[in-house]
Design a protein around this ligand. Structure first.
Ligand code: FAD
Length: 504
């Protein structure tokens, strides 16, 4: 098979024309082709750029610029019945994909997830979004599928890794649109990802994985050599040979427990800020001159004394309350597969270095509590961006999509003096890149959970550096930030274990 890169197609042209374009370029009929990657080049006159997998006779004859041989690698692990039990604590992307791969390789896998299954979790989240009654155990952060479930389910990552295809194949096998394999900024949407994750769980149950929902790991158990032999939960004690923890960035209590147990944990940099909202039509017009009608994204970065950047941009989405603790406010973004809210939102964040705080969790929680104290409810803080720039406070130019409503707040009080100046410079820069960004936008916040403030340090075998058979993974351990990077980290851990047993 050939991999043919850099095949261009004008917007509005039928994708079926790719065959004609290919045959013209190769000057030979092709037997079949499949899209490997598609991206939009919107720098001038926008067009799509494709990488295609092509079947053609005498492949070698066509090798050259942008054309190479391609062979699909079988990435499934070797299966053997392995006499070892792995406990996976936390069932977000890292836990899901570690459990999946370990089960495929023949390990005995037990999953412990603090939150509930999706159907019940949906009810709790809806009660919160509609009535402002928060469950601290079952919410946007906690439950089957982890933090990525009530999300945009964008599958973007800057990481290049062959296991990305393995992950996408699992999503597709359980119902995702096959286009996620080749879309440059693939997106599933919260409605569809929920169904897919339920199917993955059902598949794992069928394959013998033991699931314990609404059962949180409360303590790790280890012997005098600091070698893990099990966990204690709110319901009982369980033994294992290996403990994988993928507890996410909101599991403050579990991190405190690990610290008390002497597990080596270090501080890491974080970021704080707010969400901005604009009419999606403003972004579409700027990004593709209106030629691609909906769901255009932006990625903005300002390099001042500190970095300020857009993060987790949700075209056609809504801003949601994403807290897991009572009397706090945290915003984030979510969208449905159709991305049809007509509003674009994105976090705008400034870096906070680890030297700037003693305890990152406390630092973030103080912000989240301050927001609640100002709001006196779960309504988020809000301001017109133009007012923020001038230090003014006027009614919002349009209503935020945040379901619980907002209260006005002057974000000039939110940042330290130096950071405030940098954020304002960044917004001016973003306004040059997307004219109207300031005057036509509102801000809603605070946004505090974009990255975890700690890293549970691991060695080259992926185990904790001072606790044997403890495998920290994903965002809460400081090794990922996003669905794909955390899923990849789960696979990395599973592979490390598989390799150990292959060598025995
Ligand atoms: C609203 C929202 C939207 C997002 N949108 C996107 C997006 O579009 N694209 C993207 O790439 N990323 C997105 N993210 C980020 C992404 O969801 C996370 O980076 C990812 O889910 C982290 O995966 P994880 O496996 O490390 O942990 P998590 O997904 O956080 O999962 C951790 C799980 O562990 C459980 N847990 C915690 N403590 C315990 C315990 N003691 N015992 C048992 N279980 C426990 C929790 O209940 C949770 O289910 C979004 C996040 C949020 C909150």
């Amino acid at each position: 098979m050939l991999l043919v890169n850099n095949v261009k197609l004008e917007l509005g042209r039928d994708e079926k024309d790719l065959k004609k374009i290919l045959e013209k370029r190769l000057r030979h009929p092709v037997k079949s082709y499949q899209i490997k990657k598609r991206s939009l080049d919107a720098r001038k006159q926008p067009f799509y750029v494709y990488s295609l997998l092509v079947e053609i006779d005498n492949e070698e004859k066509y090798l050259g610029k942008d054309i190479s041989l391609y062979e699909k690698e079988d990435l499934d692990p070797p299966y053997k019945v392995r006499n070892a039990t792995c406990i996976v604590a936390g069932y977000g992307p890292s836990g899901i994909f570690a459990a999946y791969r370990l089960c495929q390789a023949g390990f005995k896998v037990k999953v412990f997830e603090k939150g509930k299954r999706i159907k019940e979790r949906e009810k709790d989240v809806e009660t919160f979004f509609k009535k402002g009654i928060l469950s601290e155990e079952s919410n946007v952060q906690f439950g089957e599928g982890g933090a990525g479930t009530f999300s945009d389910a964008k599958l973007t990552t800057r990481i290049k890794d062959k296991y990305i295809d393995y992950i996408l194949d699992i999503f597709i096998k359980h119902g995702a649109n096959a286009a996620i394999r080749y879309e440059n900024h693939a997106h599933i949407g919260t409605d569809e990802v929920r169904v897919i994750i339920e199917k993955i769980t059902d598949h794992l149950i069928e394959k013998g994985v033991e699931f314990h929902f609404a059962e949180a790991m409360e303590e790790i158990l280890f012997d005098e050599d600091r070698k893990i032999y099990g966990i204690k939960t709110n319901k009982g004690e369980y033994t294992c040979d290996h403990l994988l923890i993928g507890i996410g960035h909101s599991a403050y209590q579990s991190v405190m427990m690990l610290k008390e147990k002497g597990v080596f944990i270090e501080k890491k940099d974080i970021a704080i800020g707010f969400r901005v909202e604009h009419l999606q039509s403003l972004i579409d017009q700027r990004q593709t001159k209106g030629l691609v009608e909906s769901a255009n994204e932006y990625f903005l970065r300002y390099k001042g004394e500190k970095g300020v950047y857009s993060f987790c941009m949700c075209p056609g989405g809504i801003v949601i309350p994403a807290m897991s603790d009572k009397n706090t406010i945290v915003t984030n973004g979510m969208s449905y597969a159709a991305r049809d809210s007509m509003i674009a939102n994105s976090a705008i964040l400034i870096q906070i270095y680890k030297e700037e705080f003693a305890d990152g969790y406390e630092y973030l929680q103080n912000i989240e509590r301050m927001a609640y104290d100002h709001s006196k409810s779960y309504r988020a803080l809000s301001q017109n961006i133009a007012d923020f720039m001038k230090g003014d406070l006027n009614p919002l130019i349009f209503d935020s999509t945040y379901p619980l409503g907002t209260v006005l707040y002057d974000f000039n009080q939110f940042f330290k003096k130096d950071d405030l100046m940098i954020v304002k410079e960044a917004l001016k820069d973003f306004d040059r890149k997307i004219p109207g960004f300031i005057d036509q936008g509102i801000m809603v916040g605070p946004e505090t959970r974009s990255s975890c403030p700690v890293r549970i340090k691991r060695d080259e075998t992926y185990q904790s550096i001072n606790t044997k058979e403890l495998y920290p993974m994903g965002e809460g351990a400081g090794y990922g930030g996003g669905i794909m990077s955390c899923a990849l980290d789960g696979i990395r851990i599973a592979n490390a274990l598989i390799l150990r047993y292959e060598q025995i």
